[in-house]
Design a protein around this ligand. Structure first.
Ligand code: ATP
Ligand code: MG
Length: 384
């Protein structure tokens, strides 16, 4: 049995299974898969993989439920996929390349949860620092709100990507849900609310009928691609149905990243991205020279990043996922401790003070890639 929850603003003392909308028996089964964690003396449990219809990242904390952010399906072909998936007007917004966070206020404190439902002490501090007034006003008026968005920018400990006008790390809202039910606000209402609270949001490209959106999308994706942006997320007006589509630049970026650590990423990860490229080339009706150009860039992304990594190991350097972060010293400590707790081996490559902040460059060492590349360079025979 879960500990009896303290009264909450919604339905006082409702047990977790009721809040999740499942029977007591299925909650008992679910409980075995919940992982227990502590954030600053506050114990919580989270589901790191989707199970029995409950979203990945769902959290049970302080007697309340914080729903996971739903997985967004993808189409490989815009012209057929969009009309197939939507039967009414479709809102188009930019898909940002960063990491997913959900912000909620629990017992008076704003907490930032990652995709799998872990409180990230770094993100929590960053949003409290950068969005304190905005979030206080928002949660005062809407205590059950779950603010969903992406942390973007170059000084980012998980997924760093350059965006014009973002020099360090920044939050961009793309969803507003009821934290216990997970139901979204309609797109336009959500955008108006964020606007009124002064919270920055992802770009909005308008709402139209599915066929019209599909027609416009090829040009829009071309523009986003040229700017190195990730893609689009489409939603029904009520925010309930979602669909994503990504640019070739994003696919190449993912491949270059994965092949810089060729022995960490599953073959499925790379295979899926190659498939996306092939369908995009066909839908875009590319000429032979255009298709060759695409193939060339794809090959560069794959092979050049792998060669760079092998060169690095040969030169005695560490290969891995390298990030720079900038924040108050205490926030950096909390981040490094948090990452180490997740079992990561960190190499601190630079650590300096700048205007009272600490700027740290670290590398999350890729165990398999470093070890295997070293062994192969030393002549170990491959068994395939
Ligand atoms: P998942 O779909 O489970 O999150 P994934 O690794 O496949 O896993 P992505 O391919 O990045 O994720 O696509 C979904 C993610 O895109 C969302 O979880 C969210 O973090 C991010 N995202 C960025 N911009 C938007 C947006 N405008 N609307 C919705 N999601 C967005
Ligand atoms: Mg993403």
């Amino acid at each position: 049995m879960p500990p009896s929850p303290p009264p909450s603003s919604s339905s006082p003392a409702a047990p977790y299974h009721e809040r999740l909308g499942v029977s007591e028996e299925s909650f008992d089964r679910l409980e075995e898969h919940l992982e227990r964690r502590v954030h600053e003396n506050l114990e919580y449990r989270h589901l790191s993989n989707r199970r029995s219809g409950i979203e990945r990242g769902t959290v049970l904390i302080a007697g309340t439920v914080v729903r996971g952010f739903p997985k967004i399906p993808r189409t490989l072909v815009v012209s057929t996929g969009v009309p197939e998936h939507f039967h009414g007007p479709v809102a188009v917004e930019e898909k940002l390349n960063g990491y997913n966070v959900r912000l909620v206020r629990i017992d008076g404190d704003v907490l930032a949860f990652t995709r799998s439902g872990i409180v990230c002490p770094f993100t929590t501090r960053v949003v409290r620092r950068d969005l304190e007034a905005e979030l206080e006003a928002l949660f005062d008026e809407h205590p059950r709100a779950m603010v969903c968005g992406e942390m973007i920018g170059p000084e980012n400990p998980y997924t760093a990507h350059e965006y014009p006008g973002v020099d360090s790390i920044a939050f961009r809202a793309f969803g507003w849900r009821d934290r216990e039910r997970g139901t979204p606000l309609p797109v336009l209402e959500r955008r108006e609310r964020y606007e009124s609270f002064g919270v920055a949001q992802t770009q909005y490209f308008g709402t139209d009928e599915p066929d019209a959106v599909a027609d416009r999308l090829l040009d829009l994706v071309d523009e986003l691609d040229a700017e190195g942006r990730e893609g689009v997320v489409l939603q029904s007006r009520d925010g309930d149905r979602q669909l994503k589509y990504t640019t070739s630049a994003a696919n190449r970026g993912d491949l270059a990243y994965a092949f810089s650590m060729p022995f960490e990423y599953g073959q499925e990860f790379v295979f899926r991205r190659l498939i996306r490229e092939a369908f995009q080339a066909v839908e875009w009706g590319e000429s032979e020279p255009e298709a060759r150009e695409r193939a060339h860039r794809l090959g560069d992304a794959i092979l050049c990043s792998m060669i760079e990594s092998i060169d690095a190991v040969a030169a005695g350097e560490t290969v891995g996922d390298r990030h720079t972060v900038r924040a108050e010293p205490e926030t950096i400590d909390a981040l490094l401790e948090h990452l180490r707790e997740q079992g990561l081996t960190l190499h601190i490559e630079q650590d300096r003070a700048e205007n009272g902040e600490r700027v740290v460059t670290f590398c999350k060492r890729s165990q398999s890639t470093n070890d295997k590349v070293r062994n192969y360079l030393d002549g170990q025979i491959v068994d395939v």
